[in-house]
Every structure is written in structure tokens, then in C-alpha cells.
Write a protein that binds this ligand. Structure first.
Ligand code: AMP
Length: 313
């Protein structure tokens, strides 16, 4: 099933304890698209400015991503984000966010994008996400990601937008912030109670601790893939979402509990590659064989089988 994604298309400036990049290709939609491109056809929707050229588009094109819905805004500046990570790579500080061309963006999707059966509303202003959702009348599965900034400055719009999707993917802390609930399970149950319509599955992303899937009658958690060297976590969440949503698209949109668990494994595997190098560097030269091998290894390291012993008491 074809996948359409809207979200930031960006230049990022990132500093981690392991290096610095002053200006690299980034953005939630870009990270998502590269990951999802391993599973199905992907088209990216969003604006870029004069500073965004063929070198950047070629990273997406090389993975077969359809860039014809990327709109070049003459005289505009591409979305820019800068952030810094300390030794605890799970927490980061945003130094600057410049919306640039997103400030005035009004999405006008091509017929092919509108007919995509799978839609991912990657992180961006929730009004834009909702305008895209409204145009994608062909979408049979829609998922959404967001972040603390939009909970802070546009919560009502975000809640309204969440009501129009099937799956919410959010950082654990942001899920708690969104709902005012101090516990992941309670926070997810709260969002599930907003529907129907509304999300029937919630994913709480927990950084280096993995991710948890909560549905009306299911719960499943996976750790992050155990890596010794993590260089830059930027885009890990979007890459996870690309693997998760991409797997669902490749399976024709089915989403029974078992399938969602396998989709979590693919998301986890993709995200683990993303953090090995800066920005899109690692995923851009990833192969399907490497992904399959990592999913097998993840299955091995997370498997256990019970052997009862006599318990005292
Ligand atoms: P992640 O690490 O998965 O949260 O995603 C990082 C990506 O999100 C970076 O490449 C940024 O360009 C992008 N980003 C950062 N802040 C925002 C924002 N306020 N809205 C949309 N995208 C953002």
C-alpha cells in the first residue's frame, strides 16, 4: 500500500558528546520516509526553501521516495532545528526552531497523495497535519506523531487532530504531558477513551529503553536494540515510525495484535540503525538484508520461555 507522509523537511544543527553537525538533512518526514521506503512506495508532502536543493532531494530519490509533492517556495527558508544532547542521550535541549516555509504552508496534495491508503502525519504544526488528513480521503490507516512544543502552544488543535487518526505515536513523557496522567498505561488508556473515532493503538516511545504498544485489549513492549555505540539519536522516533507504519503498509494495512508486534520489531530495528551515525547518514545506505538480520537478532535477545519451578509461599 502506498504511504504518504507530511511533516518537517529540515536542516538540523546537532551537537552530541560524539560530534557536531552544523547543517545536515533532517526533519521528521525525511527520517520517516527513508525508513518506510524499505517497505513500500512513499511520497513526501511539504514545503522547502531556496536553500534546499538536488543534493538533499537525491537522498530521498536514491531510496525511491517520490518527491513530487515537495513544494519549492521561492524566496523561502527551509525549516531549521538545532538541538544539543548531553551524556544522557535520552534527553535533549532544543536551541532553536525556525518554521520558515512551514509558517505559511497550505497543503495542496496531488491526486496520488490523496489516494494513498496509508498516511503518516509526522511531527509538524497540528493544523497542517489536520489539513492533510482531510485531503487524504483514500487513507485506510492513519498514524500521527507530535511533540512537546505543539502540546504547549497548540494543544486543542492537536487533540482535534489526534481524533482523526487510528494510531498515536508519541514520546512517553509527551504522552503523559498531553493527558496529564503520570503513568504510561493510564495515559494511553486516556487517549484510547477519546474515541471512537480516534486512535485504537498508542505507541509510547521510550528512547534508549524502547517502545510500548497499548491497545484496548493488548500490551506489548520491546527494548531498544542493544547497541554499544550510539552517536546521534535525532530522528530515531521518526525512523521507528517509518519501520512500524511501513511494515503495516507492506502487509496490506492489516493490524491484528500479532502484526502490530512484528511492526514494532521492524520499527525498533530501523531506529537502531538511525542512531549509529548522524542524521540520515546510516539509514541512507542501509540494506534490506541488514534490517532482516537485526530483526532476527532482536527476536533472539527478547525471547524467553518459562520453566516453572516450585515457588515457596
Ligand atoms: P526525533 O528525534 O524523532 O524527535 O525527530 C527529530 C527531527 O524532528 C529533526 O530532524 C527535526 O528537524 C524535527 N523537528 C524538531 N522540532 C520540530 C518541530 N517543532 N516540528 C517538526 N519537526 C521538528
Amino acid at each position: 500500500m502506498a504511504v504518504t507522509v507530511v511533516g518537517s523537511i529540515a536542516f538540523d544543527a546537532v551537537k552530541t558528546p560524539f560530534g557536531v553537525r552544523e547543517r545536515m538533512l533532517g526533519g521528521a518526514a525525511v527520517h520517516f520516509a527513508l525508513a518506510a521506503s524499505f517497505f513500500d512506495e512513499v511520497r513526501v508532502v511539504g514545503p522547502v526553501g531556496d536553500d534546499f536543493g538536488d543534493a538533499e532531494l537525491d537522498v530521498l530519490r536514491a531510496r525511491g521516495v517520490d518527491v513530487s509533492d515537495i513544494e519549492h517556495v521561492a524566496g523561502g527558508e527551509t525549516f531549521f532545528w538545532s538541538g544539543v544532547y548531553g551524556w544522557d542521550l535520552n534527553s535533549r535541549e532544543t536551541l532553536e526552531t525556525r518554521l520558515g516555509v512551514f509558517e505559511t504552508f497550505e497543503p495542496k496534495l496531488s491526486a496520488a497523495a490523496r489516494e494513498s491508503e496509508v498516511l503518516f502525519l509526522a511531527n509538524i504544526q497540528p493544523d497542517i497535519q489536520r489539513a492533510v488528513r482531510a485531503q487524504c480521503t483514500g487513507a485506510r490507516f492513519a498514524a500521527l506523531d507530535s511533540m512537546n512544543l505543539w502540546i504547549d502552544v497548540a494543544r486543542d488543535s492537536l487533540v482535534h487532530t489526534i481524533a482523526g487518526v487510528d494510531c498515536l505515536v508519541l514520546n512517553d513523557a509527551e504522552l503523559k504531558q498531553l493527558t496529564g496522567m503520570p503513568n504510561t498505561v493510564k495515559a494511553a488508556r486516556e487517549v484510547l477513551s477519546w474515541g471512537p473515532p480516534g486512535p485504537s493503538s498508542i505507541i509510547a516511545k521510550q528512547g534508549e529503553y524502547g517502545a510500548t504498544l497499548i491497545t484496548a485489549d493488548g500490551y506489548f513492549s520491546l527494548p531498544a536494540f542493544p547497541l554499544e555505540d550510539v552517536v546521534d539519536p535525532t530522528g530515531a522516533g521518526d525512523t521507528f515510525a517509518g519501520g512500524f507504519v511501513g511494515y503495516i503498509a507492506a502487509c496490506g494495512g492489516a493490524r491484528d495484535e500479532e502484526l502490530l508486534r512484528r511492526a514494532m520489531a521492524y520499527g525498533t530495528a530501523l531506529a537502531s540503525f538511525n542512531v549509529e551515525e548522524f542524521g540520515t547518514e546510516r539509514v541512507a545506505r542501509l540494506t534490506g538484508g541488514e534490517i532482516a538480520e537485526r530483526v532476527r537478532e532482536l527476536e533472539r535477545v527478547t525471547h524467553f520461555s518459562d520453566a516453572p519451578v516450585t515457588l515457596r509461599g
